[in-house]
Write a protein that binds this ligand. Structure first.
Ligand SMILES: Cc1cc2nc3c(=O)[nH]c(=O)nc-3n(C[C@H](O)[C@H](O)[C@H](O)COP(=O)(O)OP(=O)(O)OC[C@H]3O[C@@H](n4cnc5c(N)ncnc54)[C@H](O)[C@@H]3O)c2cc1C
Length: 418
């Protein structure tokens, strides 16, 4: 016996849940399978930024320049655990090719369009649905310890105006007026007006409930064991709680997507990039604005009674163990910019998650080559919370055959086959 669905969504992170929600809104019979609870993966404890200002690809000229220096230093913001993995080597090769100035400039408006669509959808969701989760649109403040970093980013801010992003440049004293915890060493800041922030787990779960209210069936603690492909179609999806057949299958399993895509003969170049967060009780007077400690690459996000510090990027495969050196690097970063010692504040939770990163910095959204009823929606790297609802909407457009509202060609899964 198997369960039949119009659409089976694999993965209960922000991407899968958003897809299930928008598909259910189309009146389709939607089933979602998730191996743990909703938001068990990287959509749980991330920094929760819904960001236009940082809607830039991971590969960039700066990543190439600094990344080479950082790569083998376990306390740096980017660390690659040396391992003999041909998938990692070919990923790094493609990543290097995507670090050119030209590729970066091409990517910014493409990623920005998907992020903007998502931000509009978040606002619409908050208006139309009874969503009980934190969503604040208070902008994003980047702060600096070095004149060099501050100057570089003033130029970035000027070029971002081209894409309609407004920002203010602040002196160190102006930063301290807004953020009383900022240290005297902070030389300045750039404040972007339009960004928002959310409690990622709360929002993903609330959206899953809205999908359920619109008729989607959510199967948690149901692990997909494999896809059976026959005659160019996913004919069956085997899970720990029985088999499913479906007219369309959406693969939204984040960093784990390549494991399942293999069954469909697809080699998805997604590397897991581990990051950590430390959530503490929010110190009194901490403002509502999220902050990025730019040189340290640490995000500081207020979430109601909590304050979350998140950062580091470690290419270490699907290994989930917590590396204390990386956690300490985040805490050290915080102490350098703010009069806050994360160890002195009451701990709410220490967490790690795996960002699903593609080598060119674009997510993978579209129909799988050679398997006509399989849609891939994965690989959002550092922007999955930002781009989740937009991706879910694009998946629904693909399933019902509607012209998508943003150009999805750059996201095509087939681009890695050329
Ligand atoms: C430290 C950190 C900070 C971040 N900060 C931000 C931020 O501020 N803003 C932003 O936009 N993004 C941020 N991100 C990135 C963001 O978290 C991810 O891009 C996003 O969560 C990806 O969503 P997803 O739904 O694709 O994957 P996930 O949330 O990982 O969901 C995939 C789901 O698939 C399930 N799954 C896997 N295999 C199977 C299987 N075989 N069967 C059934 N289910 C399966 C998993 O359990 C998981 O729940 C951050 C990430 C980290 C680690």
């Amino acid at each position: 016996m198997s369960t039949h669905a119009d659409v089976l969504v694999i993965g209960g992170g922000i991407v899968g849940v958003s897809a299930a929600y928008y598909l259910a809104r189309e009146g389709l019979n939607v089933h979602l399978v998730e191996q743990g609870d909703i938001a068990a993966g990287s959509s749980y404890g991330n920094a929760g930024l819904v960001t236009l200002a940082h809607s830039t690809p991971l590969p960039s000229p700066a990543a190439l320049q600094k990344g080479l220096r950082w790569m083998l230093d376990p306390t740096s913001p980017l660390y690659i655990k040396p391992r003999p993995d041909p998938g990692l080597l070919s990923w790094l090769w493609r990543f290097r090719a995507a670090c050119s100035e030209e590729a970066f400039r091409r990517a910014v408006p493409v990623l920005g369009a998907l992020s903007r669509l998502s931000l509009d959808l978040y606002r619409q969701l908050l208006d139309e649905e009874d969503i009980d989760a934190i969503f604040e649109q208070q902008g994003l403040l980047l702060i600096y310890l070095t004149e060099e970093g501050f100057e570089e980013d003033q130029q970035v801010a000027a070029s971002m105006r081209e894409f309609g992003l407004t920002s203010d440049v602040l002196t160190g004293d102006e930063v301290r007026e807004r953020v009383p915890q900022a240290r005297a060493d902070v030389v300045g800041g750039v404040y972007y007006h339009d960004d928002a922030h959310i409690d990622p787990a709360g929002l993903t779960r609330a959206l899953a409930e809205r999908a359920r209210a619109r008729g989607a069936t959510l199967h948690t603690h149901t692990k997909v064991l494999g896809l059976e492909v026959q005659n160019g179609q996913v004919a069956r999806v085997r899970t720990t709680r029985g088999d499913f057949t479906a007219d369309h299958v959406v693969l939204a399993a984040g960093a784990w997507s390549p494991l399942l895509a293999q069954d469909a003969g697809l080699s998805l170049p997604i590397q897991a990039a581990k990051g950590y967060s430390i959530t503490v009780r929010r110190p009194q007077d901490f403002p509502e604005v999220p902050i990025i400690l730019e040189e340290a690459k640490v995000a500081v996000t207020p979430m109601g009674d909590w304050l979350r510090f998140a950062g580091t990027l470690e290419l270490a495969g699907l290994d989930m163990h917590i590396n204390p050196t990386r956690v300490e690097a985040i805490k050290q970063g915080v102490r350098r910019y703010l009069h806050i010692d994360p160890d002195a504040e009451p701990l709410v939770e220490l967490w790690r998650g795996l960002r699903p990163c593609t080598p060119d910095g674009y997510p993978i959204i579209g129909r799988a080559p050679r398997v006509s009823n399989l849609i891939i929606a994965a690989g959002h790297c550092m922007l999955g919370m930002t781009q989740g609802p937009g991706t879910g909407k694009l998946v629904a457009d693909l399933v019902v055959g509607r012209e998508p509202s943003v150009d999805i060609m750059p996201f095509a899964p087939s681009r890695f086959e050329r």
